[in-house]
Ligand binder design. Sequence first.
Ligand SMILES: Nc1nc2c(ncn2[C@@H]2O[C@H](COP(=O)(O)OP(=O)(O)OP(=O)(O)O)[C@@H](O)[C@H]2O)c(=O)[nH]1
Ligand SMILES: [Mg+2]
Length: 448
Amino acid sequence: MVIGADADTIAAIATPPGRGGVGIVRVSGPLARTVAQGCLGRVPAPRRALLTDFQDASGQAIDTGLALFFAGPHSYTGEDVLELQGHGGPVIMDLILAACVDRGCRLARPGEFTERAFLNDRLDLTQAEAVADLIDAGSAAAARSARRSLEGGFSRCVDELLTALTELRVYVEAAMDFPDEELELLEDTGIGQRLDALSSRLDTLVESARQGNLLREGVHLVIAGRPNAGKSSLLNRLVDREAAIVTAIPGTTRDVLKEQVSLDGLPLHLVDTAGLRESDDPVEQEGIRRAWAEIEKADLVLLVVDSTLGEGEAEADIRRRLPEKLRVITVHNKLDCLDDVPVDCSDSLYLSARTGEGISTLRELLKQHLHYDGDPEGLFTARRRHLDALDRTRQHIHEARQHFHATQAPELMAEELRLAQDTLGEITGKVTSDDLLGQIFSSFCIGK
Ligand SMILES: Nc1nc2c(ncn2[C@@H]2O[C@H](COP(=O)(O)OP(=O)(O)OP(=O)(O)O)[C@@H](O)[C@H]2O)c(=O)[nH]1
Ligand SMILES: [Mg+2]
């Protein structure tokens, strides 16, 4: 679908609200030239910066800045685009935006520039999503992986699989024209092996998308345990600064404290919580309630135990209340107070938040539990929506294999292959619903 000459012209402040050296107002649509003529007195030569006054509707100068004009289709959105770079103050920006609106633009919705780029085939859906992911990236590795998707890395893998699927369907549907010998024909073309190969390529893509999704979303890691076990000390050690108050008084932490660190590029959202125990103090009770609320949302919990006291009834109580499928690593803290060095295992380890001994082992254990191989190179950003579509595609391919090997029903196999193709097509936007587009672009920032 191409947005025509009768489309609205949209305008928005593309830089964040507040004060800054430079602020940018962006305009896209058929009136971009008219806006340029009105605001600047002329249309700048395409792709050449022009230093000029910006004028409001009454002809009064509002600011002096740089104007850039991109003639469609050679622009971000595929339409005529005008960018006005003024001084980055909120009042100036509002005045420049108003000058554009007065000349016929309407205010852009969040993500509308990128939505137009998608509708004008400048980007596919995965690339459009990567734009938002690049802006929201929580680590350098996440940013690099978003860039890889934006350059089309993810889309290329998906498109290659789509081509392979199309080829398979051609064979199967051609064979169905010869009902008496269709199975032999399919055997002869090695369809079984082709299906197997497709399925293993899909597995590889799923694994890489899962890693990319981890990089994008990060992991919610809640530090929990009884009072005084050393939870806040562990948080401080992991973030390498005194973020949380540590004292020898049990019940020091009352509130939830959140910090973010990177584990070899993987964003860890760390949450320090109040020590879990029975308490009559209403402030502490509220802290404990909040601690449990965080535990409910966690991807993984570090259950901190004071190893000088050992695991006891307090920890047993906590374990009983933990959500059933929640992954837990038991951290026996205060290793520096023990005479012997006990042996770690796959889901528990000994360390000292005070001296730092054992922290690198904890980092390695975390990577193992999160199935993160710690090498973000070559990954591309992926969203849950993509993982879900890949999973459903995998399911359809699995069914197709069943129909070939077990049920020997080529027509059902063809149908599953068609469904697999449609499902995979959802990722890059070859098959999309308006609802899905609305959902994706509404989460963008305004001006992008
Ligand atoms: N020897 C030793 N002491 C530690 C270690 N970690 C923490 N502590 C001490 O244990 C006490 C409690 O530490 P915190 O980090 O405040 O413990 P917490 O689990 O956050 O406690 P609450 O906030 O009260 O739930 C402090 O006196 C710390 O100095 C450790 O590895 N070794
Ligand atoms: Mg604490």
